[in-house]
Design a protein around this ligand. Structure first.
Ligand code: FAD
Length: 571
């Protein structure tokens, strides 16, 4: 017999959704339902293999969303990957566990989200984490950088280093090289100060040698709890609304779902509906439920329930490019570690930093006007200017990292993937039909001058790194892009031609249901409740108002942990 009413209905059993569901179900008197479009991937080797990054791409557990042609980004269509599985995108991601800068989480409160700052979020990073402390011998041999005080030891999510990293051989070489170009060693990237060279931990089970995803951390150990139910292979279509909605606030009655057998029904929510479908799906579900821009909704005959035009706006992602060099004499080809550096603007621009700072500052009003014009002033230039000034401060005053540089050896080739961390571009995602299919996704890659400059200057910085001892002695010629393609003295325009032909999404889309005051274009308030509703929240990457310098999951687990406490408190 099918139960049709639960206290909380969580849409999306992914990275964030499973945290919320598990925590809410700790109160055994409360019933929680999770609706998940994908299946269990507990035994899927494309998921479990801790060195299997990329194996799941293009398989049935990868949504592989397609963007529209990128006007500023070489006219290309980009693939934005996301996991369709219990555990969501944490089942296919790169497993990197790096948090954010103190000042950039503090910016969330500065913009008007009361209670969201580094000090209030930090305990939740720790609450979610089970840091597996490596044994001393390995720590010393591999220079594993960590400060135990900055890690949680008792949370559900296992983090730590994989076998390959604890056998790394190049840490000193790469550390010395970065030092020579001004980038210091960072003894732990997860304490809110990210600048420097480091070796980051992974979301991994160091004992079983399997990927640690959200389902392994937050669901499978609790799956026998009778008040926590998961419906797999089940798609949420939209929120249904109660006829007795409170005045001025729409009240969700439940969620319309389509089961694996094709039948459609409604599951009721006695208390709340929580959207955790990810930043490329939750805003679509809001629109399909009548929350959004009436001009978008009316195209598909959707009646407006809450007029909230910024749903789906503020999309922020990064561009990923790569440089490669042949290795000298097969040097250290057995090394299977990835090394990272987070340089600041001063590391990347050196003596030019002040000049660049002034130029960018002078450009901010124009950037804000451009972004507003492109989205038809749905987000206002005056609000964007405030956000951009905050971001400028992070870059040039707080000096947060402005690039992630990832170095590893693959098939005998030194490979460096990198992404400028803080482009100013904003894009959008909206429905393109009366279902989640055919969404119109537009990140506006390379939209603004800074976005290109930052990406080009980081490429020059990487060339400099490979030309600096001791690393310089281990590499031969540059194979990607190669000096024939982009000359040694290339200006931004020459770099642009190649960068825009060879980039991909960095798979870090955020902001599409941004947590901000409503008058500044926010979609959810500081309790993550959707404006104009009495019982609908969004809890996933959509709510992050601004991009962060770290990879996303550590921060998403922390947000979801804190959100679960906010819900418990309000109940
Ligand atoms: P998700 O985890 O995507 O969860 C959304 C869930 O909702 C999914 O399970 C989905 O199937 C379900 N869903 C969607 N629509 C519906 C519907 N209509 N009905 C029912 N269910 C639905 N971050 C890191 O920290 N480190 C990394 O190394 C890293 N590498 C990455 C590599 C790749 C290839 C990608 C794509 C991302 C990477 N990220 C990384 C980013 C990070 O993994 C994601 O930002 C994060 O997992 C997103 O979490 P979420 O809770 O917002 O959404």
């Amino acid at each position: 017999t099918k139960e049709t009413a639960y206290d909380y209905v969580v849409v999306g059993g992914g990275t964030s959704g499973l945290v919320v569901a598990k925590r809410l179900s700790e109160d055994l008197s409360v019933s929680v339902l999770v609706i998940e479009a994908g299946d269990s991937v507990f035994n899927n080797v494309n998921v479990t293999n801790p060195n299997g990054y990329g194996l799941a791409f293009g398989t049935e557990i990868d949504y592989a969303y397609q963007t529209v042609n990128q006007t500023y980004g070489g006219g290309l269509i980009q693939t934005m990957r996301a996991g369709k599985a219990l555990g969501g995108t944490s089942t296919i991601n790169g497993m990197a566990y790096t948090r954010a800068e103190i000042s950039q989480i503090d910016a969330w409160e500065q913009v008007g989200n009361d209670g969201w700052n580094w000090d209030s979020l930090f305990p939740y990073y720790l609450k979610s984490e089970h840091f597996q402390v490596p044994d001393e011998e390995r720590t010393v041999a591999a220079h594993l950088p960590f400060d135990k005080e900055l890690h949680g030891l008792n949370g559900p999510l296992k983090t730590g280093w994989n076998y390959e990293q604890t056998n790394s051989s190049l840490t000193s070489t790469i550390n010395s090289t970065f030092k020579a170009i001004g980038v210091p060693y960072n003894p732990d990237v997860n304490g809110g100060n990210m600048v420097g060279f480091s070796l980051y931990p992974f979301t991994t089970d160091s004992t079983l040698h399997v990927r640690e995803d959200a389902a392994r951390a937050y669901y499978f150990p609790y799956q026998n709890q009778t008040n926590l139910k998961v419906l797999l292979n089940t798609k949420a279509n939209k929120i249904t609304w109660s006829q007795n909605s409170k005045q001025n606030a729409a009240t969700a009655e439940g969620v319309e779902i389509t089961s694996s057998d094709g039948t459609t029904s409604v599951v009721k929510a006695n208390k709340e509906v929580i959207l955790s479908a990810g930043s490329l799906a939750s805003p679509l579900l809001l629109e399909l439920s009548g929350i959004g821009n009436p001009a978008v909704l009316s195209k598909y005959d959707i009646e407006t329930v809450v007029d909230l035009p910024t749903v789906g706006e503020n999309l922020q992602d990064q561009m990923n490019n790569g440089l490669s060099f042949n290795a000298a004499n097969g040097f250290s080809l057995a090394d299977k570690t990835s090394y990272i550096a987070y340089p600041s603007v001063s590391h990347i621009y050196g003596n030019e930093t002040l000049l660049v700072a002034e130029n960018i500052k002078a450009s901010l009003p124009e950037y804000a006007a451009q972004v507003a014009a492109v989205n038809g002033n749905v987000t206002r230039a005056s609000d964007l200017l405030e956000f951009f000034q905050m971001q400028w401060d992070l870059i040039f005053t707080s000096q947060v990292p402005i690039a992630e540089v990832l170095v590893y050896i693959v098939n005998g080739v030194w490979t460096t993937e990198y992404w400028a961390l803080l482009p100013f571009a904003r894009g959008s995602i909206h429905i393109g039909s009366d279902s989640t299919a055919n969404a119109v996704i537009n990140p506006n890659y390379f939209m603004l001058d800074w976005d290109l400059q930052e990406q080009a200057q980081t490429a020059r910085f990487i060339r400099k790194m490979y030309a600096t001892a001791p690393l310089a002695g281990m590499v031969l010629d540059e194979t990607r892009p190669g000096l024939d393609t982009v000359s040694a003295a290339a200006d931004d325009a020459e770099w642009a031609a190649w960068l825009k032909s060879a980039y991909r999404s960095n798979f870090h889309p955020v902001g599409t249901a941004a947590m901000m005051p409503k008058e500044k274009g926010g979609v959810v308030d500081a309790n993550l409740k959707v404006y104009g509703t009495s019982n609908v929240r969004v809890i996933d990457a959509s709510v992050m108002p601004f991009q962060v310098c770290g990879h996303l999951v550590s921060t998403l687990y922390a947000i979801a942990e804190r959100a679960a406490d906010l819900i418990k408190k309000s109940a």
